[in-house]
Design a protein around this ligand. Structure first.
Ligand code: FMN
Length: 235
């Protein structure tokens, strides 16, 4: 199939200011990876005057394609929106009329939007191949929708790569009642479903953390069940 890439573009993974240099062989060391994880958070305000450099944008996308996928189906697609016209069309299709609220005002400053779509049919096709043998294409065979799982994993790689590049990013949902308008605006075939959208850019100065964070991060002892579901099973 044309256009499939097997190699990443030259990595700038450790080239941004503040990063520790690459370990021998250019591999990301465990310490650096921990730092990326620790720093990852959703950013909801951007500097509208600082576009994402083209090589960084391409790295975000190339890293997304490193995500695992069931049967190596890779049933994902990414709509990349950068010009003001493209981004306006996204917001017009996915948000209501009327004056934008604070969240939307800040999010609209993002110079880059990446909309990850999942393609269920790619999985049904792949698993109907002889080595898998699910020729009936029965969706009840699937424990969970792997197409959305895999596209979500790819989205996380975009988020992590953004941190590694010194950028901010936010994954947010596309309301179900807006999906048809989104497809229509950008000529997206019906079999593709947006799992959300990732806004990307250099962080702005008016970022507001999600009120949800007041919930606090759940601890290991609360969510991990070692050996069997024990006393913490109520959670
Ligand atoms: C599936 C999913 C949907 C989300 N939808 C939204 C959203 O619609 N708007 C938003 O501002 N943040 C959204 N978020 C971000 C969460 O609010 C955020 O991840 C959570 O509060 C934890 O904060 P952190 O990612 O900054 O650590 C979403 C995150 C996920 C994983």
């Amino acid at each position: 199939m044309g256009g499939r890439c097997t190699d990443l573009p030259p990595s700038g993974i450790t080239s941004h200011p503040g990063s520790v240099g690459p370990a021998a062989g250019g591999r990301l060391s465990a310490v650096e990876f921990s730092e990326v994880l620790r720093r990852r958070r959703m950013v909801r305000d951007y500097d509208p005057d600082r576009p994402v450099p083209a090589e960084v944008r391409e790295r975000l996308l190339a890293h997304a394609l490193r995500a695992p996928s069931a049967g190596f189906s890779q049933g994902w697609a990414f709509l990349v929106l950068e010009t003001a016209g493209e981004r306006d069309a996204f917001w017009a299709a996915t948000t209501g009329a009327g004056a934008p609220d604070g969240w939307l005002t800040r999010m609209r400053r993002a110079p880059l939007l990446v909309v990850p779509f999942s393609d269920k049919s790619a999985y049904l096709d792949r698993y109907a191949e002889p080595d898998k043998g699910w020729t009936d294409r029965d969706e009840d065979r699937w424990p969970v929708p792997y197409w959305d799982v895999d596209t979500g994993m790819a989205s996380l790689l975009v988020l992590l790569t953004a941190v590694d590049e010194g950028l901010g990013a936010c994954f947010f949902g596309v309301p179900p009642e807006r999906v048809a308008a989104l497809r229509e605006a950008f000529g997206v075939p019906a079999r593709f479903r947006p799992v959300g959208c990732v806004s990307v850019g250099y962080p702005g100065t008016e970022d507001k953390r999600s009120p949800s964070l007041k919930r606090g991060r759940r601890g290991v002892d609360e969510v991990v069940h070692r050996g069997r579901w024990g006393a913490t099973g109520a959670h």
